[in-house]
Design a binder for this molecule. Structure first.
Ligand code: 5AD
Ligand code: SF4
Length: 467
């Protein structure tokens, strides 16, 4: 079944802005907001859009969740624990609401977009005042106005998640680094993954819209942009524009931005053209997040990843031959249904072979409605925990070795501010996306400095600023 993609017309966005104005002048509107964000960068950026809309409606951010007039939970459902955490926090807030009945509790994002969730919220969570899915995010002003005017619950989840809203206000977390969504959704249907069901079909934004957003950010002083999409390598394949992701990267790199990153790349679509663009374009950071998930061909097949271990290693070889200093990171799943000890060890051996800078490791979590959820061969949780421990230990050792090998190198760091541990120290990220701490003055925040690496911790580097 092909789901229809809905490009939200600009008149609809204008209508929403009109609702926003009505909320702003409504005597009973909430005055302060607090957003709790779960999950990936995509969600973090969606929260910046939610905040942008709320600020347009005259709300200001509250530092204290329990004191806010509106608490919005932007949820994730990629694994069971993400979902349980969100529901646990929402339920905890129910107690606070007993003291402050005027508080509005909202829940949105991927968890809400799941089948039958709207009914579940209506029946089992009567204290949730506002709920809407990923496809309806841009309609927050309309829903909030309805909740304020009718003093009633608003639970809205369209069955389709595929919308492309342009021109939403954004309240960005950082003045130095910014996210830009280049495409929404995913068509890959990896057998374990719920994302295609809750984020809808792949749909790319127009290249001109993306470039215009980047130019605006550069003009406002942003130094680093991260282009976001579930699978950026298939950017443009759903549109008639004829702009590939490699070409888009090139265009964004010409806007005057000083450093450009992107994620996430699917190994099956990693083109030579992209590797070439990365290798020859100094604005693009020498880092690639390339989720492999498993080192076993049988598991990769059952995961519907549509590449083999050999293909993946060949892509890594092509990347390293074009960019010997590139930093690679990955995502790994252990205990996929039917995974044998030998198949798990294939993942460990791949990790040893690639030598990632770091890796996100997950225990497989069955998600209702996905193909893997019905596969036989569930792995015993004790075996799964033991496997993930071994995998983490292997990667930690490799991370330590990779970081130690950087001693003596000079790296370019975008300084973010004071380090969390020691106020006299500054912290920032190298091109390879590794945290670097060094002594410096606060005036360096928001600038690029060269740092000579003198030491390494378990996942950070230490260094001295060069003149
Ligand atoms: N169980 C465990 N990990 C998962 N991921 C996605 N779905 C699941 C699941 N059902 C992991 C993958 C993906 C990352 C974002 O989350 O590794 O790359
Ligand atoms: Fe999920 Fe696979 Fe799409 Fe990534 S590529 S979002 S793992 S379906």
């Amino acid at each position: 079944m092909r789901e229809e993609i809905k490009r939200i017309p600009s008149e609809e966005i204008a209508r929403q802005r009109d609702f926003a104005r009505q909320v702003r002048f409504h005597p009973d509107r909430p005055r302060t907001y607090y957003i709790v964000t779960y999950g990936c960068q995509m969600n973090a950026h969606d929260s910046e859009k939610l905040a942008g809309m709320l600020e347009e409606m005259g709300l200001t951010e509250s530092a204290d969740r329990t004191q806010a007039d509106l608490v919005l939970h932007n949820t994730c459902c990629i694994r069971d624990n993400a979902e349980r955490k969100a529901l646990g926090n929402v339920t905890w807030l129910k107690e606070v609401k007993k003291e402050r009945p005027e508080m509005l509790i909202g829940v949105c994002g991927c968890m809400i977009q799941q089948a039958e969730m709207a009914q579940k919220i209506l029946k089992q969570y009567p204290f949730i005042d506002l709920a809407f899915g990923t496809g309806n995010l841009y309609r927050l002003p309309e829903y909030l106005l309805e909740a304020v005017e009718n003093k009633d619950r608003v639970v809205r989840v369209d069955s389709e998640a595929s919308t492309v809203p342009e021109g939403l206000p954004v309240h960005r977390e950082s003045a130095i680094k910014a996210y830009i969504t280049v495409m929404y959704g995913c068509n890959n249907y990896c057998s374990y993954c719920i994302v295609p069901y809750v984020r809808g079909r792949e749909r790319s934004r127009l290249a001109d819209d993306i470039v215009r957003e980047a130019e605006g950010l550069v003009a406002s002083g942003v130094k680093e942009i991260m282009l976001l999409g579930q699978n950026v390598n298939s950017y443009g394949l759903d549109s008639d524009e004829g702009v590939s992701f490699a070409q888009l990267l090139h265009r964004v790199s010409q806007t005057g931005i000083e450093r450009l990153r992107f994620m996430t790349s699917h190994p099956k679509d990693l083109s030579d053209a992209l590797i070439d663009e990365m290798a020859h374009n100094p604005v693009i950071a020498p880092h690639l997040h390339l989720p492999v998930q498993s080192g076993s061909n049988r598991i990769l097949h059952d995961m519907n990843r549509r590449y083999t271990r050999e293909h993946y290693l060949q892509r890594v070889a092509a990347l390293r031959s074009a960019m010997p200093d590139i930093g690679l990171t990955t995502d790994l799943i252990v205990a996929f249904p039917g995974e044998t000890e030998q198949e798990f060890m294939d993942t460990v051996s791949l990790v040893e072979e690639v030598r990632y800078d770091s890796a996100y490791t997950f225990i497989y979590s069955p998600r209702k409605g996905t193909r893997a959820a019905d596969m036989p061969g569930r792995i015993d949780p004790a075996v799964a925990s033991e496997r993930i421990e071994r995998l983490i230990a292997a990667q930690e050792r490799i991370t330590g070795e990779v970081l130690a090998s950087m001693k003596g190198q000079t790296v370019r760091v975008l300084v973010e501010g004071a380090s969390r541990r020691r106020a006299a120290q500054l912290t920032g990220k190298s091109g390879r996306n590794i945290n670097v701490n060094f002594d410096g003055s606060k005036d360096d925040a928001g600038t690029f400095v060269n740092v000579r690496i003198t030491g390494a911790g378990s996942n950070t580097l230490r260094g001295e600023k060069e003149d």
